[in-house]
Design a protein around this ligand. Sequence first.
Ligand SMILES: Cc1cc2nc3c(=O)[nH]c(=O)nc-3n(C[C@H](O)[C@H](O)[C@H](O)COP(=O)(O)OP(=O)(O)OC[C@H]3O[C@@H](n4cnc5c(N)ncnc54)[C@H](O)[C@@H]3O)c2cc1C
Ligand code: SF4
Length: 510
Amino acid sequence: MKIKLILGDQLNIKHSWFNQVDDEVIYVMMEMRQETDYAPHHIQKVIAFFGAMRNFNIELKSKGHRVQYLTLDDQNNKQNLEENLSKIFKQHAADSFAYLEPDEYRLDKQLKIFCKTLSIPFEIDDAEHFMTSRTELTKFFEGKKQLILEFFYRYMRKKFNLLMHLDQPEGGQWNFDKNNRKKWKGSPKIPPPFIPDANNLLALKKIIEEQGVKTIGSFDQECFLYPLSRKQALKQLDYFCEYLLVHFGDYQDALHTDEVNLFHSRISFALNTKMIDPLEVVQTVIEFYRENKENIELSQVEGFVRQIIGWREYMRGIYWKEMPNYETTNALQNTNPLPEFYWTAKTDMNCLHQSISNSLEHSYAHHIQRLMITGNFALLAQVHPDAVDEWYLGIYADAIQWVQITNTRGMSQWADGGIVATKPYVSAAAYIHKMSNYCDSCKYDKKKRVGENACPFNSLYWNFLDDKKEFFSKNNRMAMMLRLLEKIPPEDLEQIKLRAAKILKKPDEF
Ligand SMILES: Cc1cc2nc3c(=O)[nH]c(=O)nc-3n(C[C@H](O)[C@H](O)[C@H](O)COP(=O)(O)OP(=O)(O)OC[C@H]3O[C@@H](n4cnc5c(N)ncnc54)[C@H](O)[C@@H]3O)c2cc1C
Ligand code: SF4
């Protein structure tokens, strides 16, 4: 009997493994404590993963495949890969084993070590999801000093012939990023989010709780927005094309108190669990654009395509290029603890309160909330990247280490010393006010740097630049910020730094 392992983020029904039914193959899927416990995960994340795995099990069986599925509360579940697999091998007198390339370094290593102990042959197959191989980005940038996303993105556009006219970009321009910076002020109207037909998930929630899995955040069946099958994921994609794509690019960077999703697709969970694949997503979106050119501008579509074939593939390439060293990088030598309010949303800083509340309620925040609110504050507060990673890895349903750590440690915290981002994404209140309405209903004054009601982002921003100026002294992209810092009179800077020190000492009091 051949045993083939399917991990929780490998729910790709189109994989060649499933092209034919083979009675000599048993597919194995398991809900395990090793996966629920390596970080404190959001309850919706655990429900979403197990819910999607359970549906995948049903789908495989309905197609005639043999599947052994271990639920979390199964008496026979040893709760870790090695023991479960060893037991299953014995049970079925396994004569060979196969697994799909895991996307996480942790699981990749665990399975490689396990396979060394095996007396039966094993093989590792391609997961058939990404548009690039693990090492393609490394080869692409061989000999280059900087790994510039834009070059990689153009290579991907050409390689897959997406939005191209011969070898030129459609519309005469590769990138419409500058068009993607509108503030949303109540219009255009934002359609309600796509609500998938989910199974009743309360029974699953009960099992997770009864097994004592430690989770964060809340769960409300009515507000659960994760598709748990390929069919639902495709519907979510169609919904995006039909209702959201038209303004996606324009409001990509916008933030608003009344809106959790704006025009974002919320497709990351379906993508990261491989229920749908990136090429089909961008091809569907481009096809929809071609059929609706009179209503949809190229800039909306290009913005979306860039996120998926550019950023998403780029982050995966960086991960495999830089791991395992990446997970211990801390270029700015930050050591502060993460404020407690990241777990409760109890803070008077309205931008943080809104973004963290969203995250706790929905296991979701859109990119700019992650980057320019929670990430920005953590960096300005000089929090240790380990603590920042732990939070991001647990709280978002789409968080799998390959895409979480590169975004968090790399793009957001600059802990990798500039591999992903040429300069740190930090800002004071002015940017937050420019892109949102958060400051309008905030206790703090967005214009003030010092004084009791001064916005904490302002003093922390200048304090950060002052503390880290040595690190950035040779970084051309930081030159303007550092020149502005130099222009602050010493006595003002001293006051700013006193205010920052007070905030850093007890951030939970702000
Ligand atoms: C600090 C931080 C942590 C993040 N952690 C994760 C994570 O754990 N998992 C995750 O999938 N994304 C992560 N991102 C990237 C991005 O924020 C999410 O992919 C996005 O918010 C998901 O929502 P959406 O599907 O509505 O995205 P949309 O805005 O609709 O974008 C479409 C798709 O593009 C892809 N995409 C967009 N930006 C990125 C990016 N920077 N990196 C990789 N793919 C991208 C995603 O697959 C996304 O679904 C993180 C970003 C930051 C700044
Ligand atoms: S004033 Fe400062 S703390 Fe308040 S919402 Fe604006 S940026 Fe955030």
